[in-house]
Design a protein around this ligand. Structure first.
Ligand SMILES: [Zn+2]
Length: 280
């Protein structure tokens, strides 16, 4: 190779080498910049979540936990669209509803049709259910009139508590808990019901939902009987359960027929906190 060509060759090679090096440096700088902004974003999200958890915790009160509010006028609640429910006028906490909508869409894609049968129920609503059973106006699921079949107040309360919450102790007060499709455990044990239940067992936790009333056994000796239809939005209800554990006591459970027996039954420990451990 003649010397001039050799020099030219070396110069071209050097330019090429330097531009590759420069481009690598540029990419490295860009990568580092991206890394920095991603780290910042993650830190901001963590801080935001911390603040929002603190906000949730600071807003929990005994009045809220015991259902003394009106979901139709409370701005943290939203009305459930008729598309997802079997009747008009049900409410959920906004965050829980957003998570439900995501879960509903995912379930629909898998051929599962989730239908809300019950959502938020405040103290007054629950008081109506409870007192109708207490006085015998509504029969128990056994067909019995509770006021005649169970004359001792504690016994009567325990019988009603098998399936209905005492006012002030229901997770339905919180707007985080919903009942899906059917109120019979049998329905969830075959056919369409089993398919839906299996889907929920496999997927609900991805959307933040957990089933608080699992079968009673030595891990869950107290509380309501098993309810395969009842699911709870944990990111909020976990904070409410924690609050109930610390702040709620049997004396707060009052203002309805039969409330005198709340302490004797230890309704807060046994029913409010007597849930599936993985939902705590
Ligand atoms: Zn329920």
């Amino acid at each position: 190779m003649p010397q001039r060509t050799q020099i030219l060759h070396n110069v071209l090679f050097s330019i090429l080498f330097l531009s590759v090096l420069f481009s690598c440096k540029k990419k490295e700088r860009k990568f580092l910049q991206n890394l920095k902004s991603t780290t910042k974003l993650v830190q901001q999200t963590v801080e935001k979540n911390k603040t929002s958890l603190k906000t949730i915790a600071s807003k929990i009160t005994v009045d809220f936990i015991t259902g003394h509010f009106d979901p139709s006028t409370d701005s943290t609640f939203i009305q459930v669209s008729d598309k997802y429910a079997d009747r008009h006028g049900m409410y959920m906490k906004k965050q829980a509803y957003d998570a439900f909508l995501k879960m509903w869409t995912a379930a629909k894609k898998d051929g599962i049709n989730l239908e809300i049968r019950s959502a938020a129920r405040n103290f007054d609503y629950q008081k109506g259910i409870w007192e109708r059973k207490w006085t015998g106006e509504t029969k128990l699921s056994t067909g019995e009139n509770a006021s005649k079949a169970y004359t001792k107040p504690e016994e009567r309360a325990l019988k009603i508590l098998e399936y209905s919450s005492m006012p002030g102790t229901s997770r339905h007060h919180w707007g985080t808990d919903v009942d899906f499709n059917n109120f019979n455990n049998d329905w969830f044990e075959k056919g369409e019901g089993l398919k839906l239940f299996t889907w929920l067992e496999n997927n609900a936790s991805d959307f933040g939902f957990c089933r608080p009333y699992t079968q009673k056994d030595n891990k869950r000796p107290y509380g309501y009987n098993e309810e395969k239809w009842h699911w709870s939005y944990m990111p909020l209800s976990r904070a409410y359960t924690e609050f109930a554990q610390k702040e709620l006591n049997n004396q707060n459970i009052k203002g309805f027929k039969g409330s005198d027996v709340a302490s004797a039954i230890d309704v807060v420990n046994k029913y409010v906190l007597g849930i599936n451990h993985s939902c705590k």
